[in-house]
Design a protein around this ligand. Structure first.
Ligand code: ATP
Length: 275
């Protein structure tokens, strides 16, 4: 866990954010800061609005009102500059699409290609600027998937799909990484690999923001935790935010019990909550 400065620089600042689907409120008056260069976990029960918050940050959803800034500028400027990478949940991707692992990860470079010479953009992939291929190779190597480059994405296992999605986000070489449940549905070795990759990104100064239901990993690895259930229910250090009392209040005792099956010891309070 990194040491948090008393007044950390804000990577993302959200003020007075409201979001709704068909007038049904999902996020209400969100005021939140994600510290720069740190690893934040967003924790909340199913339906709490975690993915919706990411949809707003990635520009896929327009909020009803509120402002979002990244490093002091409207977040849309950073999106256009390719500073924000997003890893969706596995379910959000069309896996039957006939593309290879390499091509999928290259998708993470399309934002950067806008700055390339115009003629490269109208040429077959082998004419892409070599730095895009380098970024894809590095990202696939980081998640140990380089050997699967030519494989169709539909022929991957669930854990391999997660790694490819992470590689696509890494290939963007963005300042801010938004990861929606990167640890869900992967086996312990893949989980460890993903955690190590994210720790490496944080050590390089990247701001890592992940949604997770995996409390043991959040306790062990992240620097900062945001509790959310349509409204912000708390933000601070993992040991403060992830106490049994706070999690019970957030109504995620059931999720916590699932995650705890992998943890070394159960606390009496959460055991009682599970009964
Ligand atoms: N496209 C949509 N249209 C209408 N309602 C939606 C849509 N997407 C999400 N919702 C609703 O918005 C609420 C928040 O959903 P969201 O996916 O943001 O929750 P979440 O915290 O990410 O949940 P989970 O942990 O299950 O992924 C839920 O009640 C959900 O049913």
């Amino acid at each position: 866990m990194a040491t948090i400065p008393d007044t950390p620089t804000a990577a993302v600042e959200i003020h007075g954010l409201h979001a709704a689907y068909q007038r049904q409120p999902v996020l209400e008056d969100i005021n939140l800061t994600f510290p720069a260069g740190l690893w934040t976990a967003i924790v909340g029960p199913n339906g709490a609005g975690k993915s919706t918050l990411f949809h707003v940050l990635t520009g896929n959803m327009k909020p009803l009102r509120g402002t979002v800034h990244a490093f002091g500028h409207p977040i849309a400027e950073h999106r256009r500059a390719g500073h924000i990478a997003y890893m969706a949940q596995r379910e959000a991707i069309e896996w039957d699409f006939p593309v290879s692992v390499w091509e999928t990860v290259m998708g993470g470079r399309f934002g950067h290609m806008r700055r390339d010479a115009w003629w490269r953009r109208y040429m077959p992939a082998r004419w892409y600027h070599p730095r895009h291929g380098d970024a894809v190779r590095d990202a696939l190597a980081a998640v140990d998937m380089l050997g699967f480059s030519d494989r169709p994405i539909g022929a991957l296992s669930g854990g391999q799909k997660k790694r490819v999605l992470l590689a696509r986000a890494l290939a963007q070489q963005a300042r801010i990484l938004l990861l929606d449940e990167p640890l869900a549905g992967v086996d312990p070795p893949s989980e460890q690999l993903i955690l190590d990759v994210l720790r490496g990104e944080r050590e390089q100064g990247k701001t890592v923001i992940m949604v997770t239901h995996d409390m043991p990993s959040a306790r062990r690895y992240v620097d900062h935790v945001v509790l959310i259930n349509r409204v912000i229910r708390g933000a601070g250090r993992p040991d403060d935010m992830l106490s049994d009392a706070k999690l019970a209040a957030l109504a995620i005792a059931r999720v916590e019990s699932t995650a705890r099956e992998m943890a070394p010891a159960a606390s009496p309070l959460s055991t009682a909550l599970d009964r």
